[in-house]
Design a protein around this ligand. Structure first.
Ligand code: SF4
Length: 461
């Protein structure tokens, strides 16, 4: 078996692996939304009596929760499916389901290339996973569920019913908005996840209140364009800033984060809400993607370089010390050296604390796939130049934290050193400092004594 199959991956939600009979394994690729979806799927499987398997090799039910945002995770999913075909020959009762974004857009191909797959389940309603597994065990007939709400703004009752009996976690994800209406030319998400729709404010508050009552200290609100939340709700439009202000009142909750906002919708009311609400963290992850107006136009990102800079200026004026991170794509089709230079200039001007930097990946079915592509050596060279610049800036910014005291939510011990605790500051700096594991879940004041590219080190103040 390959190394991928031997990797433990995601076990499930209970601590102890159970016997082989009736066990499941969920392999996840992709974003936080997918991680959260996998958690919901695991809960749905536990509801029908399955238990987490110790490894993928021992599971009776294997779910692949896939990602289509770049080509690499799709290749990995197909590669794993090839290995599972061999496994299924010797283990006939194995149930294999392919779920999520790739299932939504490539169901036919998945089935054709992998007749050993029992079902494909798109992103529309993951709560169907339990029924699909039961059907597969009983009937062995291939099934697919790919329904997505087609109408813009259709909402609330099409959103999967959330399960509230989750195990206690210090940090939890809470999806508040599904799908996307922005149609960036490089992105497959509007196709894989459908049109934008929001959960009701009351449901979100109920869920966050329940999580906080059960020990969650920090929630991260998820949405493809999270700050466009609240359009077309039955109770009327609810601005994202209003939702944040309401969540700020939830007892027991210490911190609220959210991702990812869309720049055009980042307005003064939201900036003032971050300033006014102590539980809303002073960190904004705002995807820039490209730093030249022509580039942004081809990407169909509906803002300009100047517009982005104005938001940054207002953020920094209103919330001094706010942490700023971003996403950048290099090698977008037809990107000229001048346009790329524009991106480098923006990195210099904004001085983000950090950036996720990617080489553009062709997504069949998107408008950018038909544009003129940039040769890979140029893409790689641009990525290297961009990373060199951003890494230098990140290190310079991190150095300025030495001597400061930061408020850190302790998440637990470091994987490398059990005597070191780790957690994020309000500005989203990863901080390591000595301490004992029983402090997990508490907020600590940590004096920063050292800095490196990936974060800070310090001592309890
Ligand atoms: S805003 Fe653009 S990049 Fe983000 S999910 Fe929507 S289409 Fe994709």
């Amino acid at each position: 078996m390959s190394t991928l199959l031997q990797k433990p991956g995601k076990l499930g939600l209970s601590d102890k692996p159970q016997s082989r009979k009736g066990t499941y394994f969920v392999q996840t690729w992709g974003c936080q939304m997918n991680e959260e979806d996998s958690e919901q799927m695991a809960l749905a499987l536990e509801k029908i009596g399955l238990k987490p398997a110790a490894s993928i090799l021992e599971a009776q039910v294997i779910l692949l929760n896939t990602c289509s945002v770049r080509r690499k995770p799709e290749d990995k999913a197909f590669s794993l499916l090839g290995q599972l075909a061999i496994m299924k020959k010797t283990k006939q009762d194995l149930v294999i389901g392919v779920c999520g974004c790739m299932a939504q857009v490539r169901a036919k191909e998945i089935r054709q290339r992998n007749p050993h797959v029992d079902f494909v389940l798109g992103t529309g309603d993951l709560s169907q996973v339990g029924g699909l597994v039961e059907d597969a065990i009983q009937t062995r007939r291939f099934q697919k569920r790919l329904d997505l709400p087609e109408r813009k703004g259709v909402l609330v009752d099409d959103v999967p019913q959330r399960l509230l009996n989750r195990p206690t976690k210090i940090k939890s994800y809470v999806p508040i908005q599904y799908g996307c209406d922005k149609f960036c030319t490089f992105c497959i998400v509007p196709t894989t996840r459908g049109r934008e729709r929001s959960r009701s404010t009351a449901d979100i508050i109920e869920e966050v209140t329940s999580l906080a009552a059960n020990g969650t200290k920090e929630v991260t609100l998820l949405g493809q364009t999270v700050n466009s939340y609240g359009k077309n709700l039955v109770e009327g439009r609810v601005p994202f800033s209003k939702l944040l202000r309401q969540l700020d009142q939830v007892d027991g909750l210490e911190r609220i984060r959210y991702m990812s906002p869309y720049p055009r919708d980042f307005k003064t009311d939201l900036i003032e809400t971050i300033r006014d609400c102590p539980k809303v963290m002073e960190h904004v992850h705002m995807p820039l993607q490209g730093g030249h107006d022509e580039l942004l136009k081809r990407m169909h990102r509906v803002y300009t370089v100047d517009g982005f800079l104005k938001i940054v200026e207002e953020l920094r004026e209103t919330i001094p010390g706010v942490g700023l991170t971003t996403d950048i794509i290099v090698g977008f089709p037809e990107e000229t050296e001048e346009e790329f230079q524009g991106t480098l200039d923006m990195i210099e001007k904004v001085r983000f604390d950090g950036a996720y930097m990617f080489i553009y990946s062709v997504r069949p079915g998107t408008p950018a796939a038909d544009m003129q592509q940039i040769p890979m050596p140029i893409k790689k060279d641009r990525l290297r130049r961009l990373m060199d610049l951003q890494n230098r800036i990140t290190q310079e910014i991190n150095d300025t934290y030495i001597g400061k005291t930061l408020e850190v939510l302790i998440e637990g011990t470091s994987a490398r050193d059990q005597n070191m605790l780790q957690g994020y500051s309000r500005e989203f700096k990863m901080v390591h400092f000595p301490g004992s594991a029983d402090r997990a879940g508490r907020i600590a004041n940590v004096q920063v004594t050292g800095s490196h590219l990936w974060g800070l080190s310090g001592e309890l103040a």
